[in-house]
Design a protein around this ligand. Sequence first.
Ligand SMILES: [Zn+2]
Length: 167
Amino acid sequence: MRSVPSLLSMLDHPAAPPPAPLPAPVMPWDYIRMRRLAAGLSIEQAARPFWHRPEHQADVERNMRAIEAVGFRVKRLWDMSRSFRLNLTVYRQLCDSPPEQHPRLCRACGWDEWSSQLDVEGFDCTWSAADPEICTLCEQARRPKFRPRPANTQPHHHTGGAAQRAA
Ligand SMILES: [Zn+2]
């Protein structure tokens, strides 16, 4: 009966190998960072559409950095669509609900199934069959023969459904 260790027996014997770690939940600040990086933008690049006078640059960049700081939740996140695509409803859920109720997200790019995103082949993104933790865009991007297309150059069908929903 001892061949299958229970959680309790593991806790009783700290020398036993720990159970496989659960993937860490994606928190609101992780989500913003994932979406920014998926768009291939630095903080400075992501901030650029939001300032027009040089004296505002530092403030805007500080704000962009702040929303990615661990533990930071924004009550009313501004519309990011000028810079990168983000689902504000998902962001709200990540802020307001416990991790076990968080929406499922691609763990590589932060895509959610309510947002339209095209994969490398130009099809609607869905969950990878090979690795359900990621989306088909990220799965294809891992294959050496594909290069991910920058998010802001997506062609044809889907005229920014997610951006409109997020706005
Ligand atoms: Zn992805």
